[in-house]
Ligand binder design. Structure first.
Ligand SMILES: Nc1ncnc2c1ncn2[C@@H]1O[C@H](COP(=O)(O)OP(=O)(O)OP(=O)(O)O)[C@@H](O)[C@H]1O
Ligand SMILES: [Mg+2]
Length: 256
């Protein structure tokens, strides 16, 4: 935040640790993120980026350390409860169903967010509000042209956008996005990142976005964190961070 208001941080992590034997993917990391603050997270393969996000969502539990949401301890809270409270991570496509249309996929997420379960036996069309929210998300994420297409007939980039739209259905406070542009063509990368950044900004969300494309990070991100062997080694504007020798060293071969 530019002006230092006495606002509590949205999410804080205090000395988070996760070891797997000799491997130390998250080694006493502390972190604070305020509402509206967007961090890109970069680092070589195996640096611990996904492990950190999984600790924040509750998918895995830390060996030690504390996580707080709006000041309240949530370290032991399970993932579904955290999601309801606003910590939402992209599903890595595993919740995007190939055999369903774009509309039905996103509607499923809207149902889930509303605490209802998708059921073929339900008169779904009566759920006016949910359908409206689905259509709204389809518009916001520029999916109107493929609304009734089956996902199996769409390219990988579309699936990434659908995955992100499904996260927004959950009404996140903080969005954790793991490699939104991986496996996607150069042109589509920018489109996906633009859609994502625009919606994060429009909703004043906090976010951590793991991104391997450093050109994209430099162009679209205001604040970036570099992770190496389970630790943060630099944080700041991409210009500042990428000009540091230790950062260049660990990112050599990553396209920088
Ligand atoms: N469940 C697990 N059991 C054992 N080791 C694990 C486990 N999960 C992660 N690791 C190890 O922890 C390290 C960090 O993994 P992580 O997936 O967090 O890295 P990453 O920064 O996301 O890498 P990438 O850029 O390839 O996605 C790796 O050495 C990985 O093999
Ligand atoms: Mg990863």
């Amino acid at each position: 935040m530019s002006n230092n208001e006495q606002k509590p941080f949205l999410i804080t992590a205090d000395k988070l640790r996760k070891y797997y034997g000799e491997v130390k993917p998250v080694n006493d990391i502390s972190l604070e993120i305020a509402q509206g603050q967007v961090l890109t997270l970069v680092g070589a393969n195996g640096a611990g980026k996904t492990t950190l996000l999984n600790l924040l969502t509750g998918l895995i539990m830390p060996d030690r350390g504390e996580i707080r949401l709006l000041g309240e301890k949530i370290t032991g809270v399970p993932p579904d409860q955290r999601a309801k409270r606003g910590i939402v991570k992209t599903f890595q496509l595993e919740h995007v169903f190939d055999e369903m249309t774009v509309f039905d996929n996103i509607r499923t997420a809207c149902f889930s967010a509303a605490g209802k379960h998708y059921s073929l036996f339900k008169a779904l069309d009566d759920e006016k509000e949910i359908n409206e929210r689905t259509d709204q998300l389809i518009e916001l994420f520029d999916l109107a042209g493929v609304k009734h297409a089956f996902v199996k007939n769409l390219g990988h980039g579309y699936k990434k956008v659908i995955d992100i739209a499904m996260c927004f259905a959950m009404k996140p406070k903080i969005l954790l996005v793991d490699e939104p542009t991986s496996g996607v063509g150069e042109e589509e990368k920018y489109k996906i990142m633009d859609l994502l950044m625009n919606q994060i900004e429009a909703n004043n969300l906090a976010a951590i976005i793991v991104e391997h494309d450093l050109h994209l990070v430099k162009e679209l991100s205001k604040e970036t964190v570099v992770m190496c062997d389970g630790e943060f080694i630099a944080r700041g504007t991409p210009e500042h961070v990428f000009s540091q020798e230790k950062v260049v060293e660990v990112l050599v071969g990553k396209g920088f």
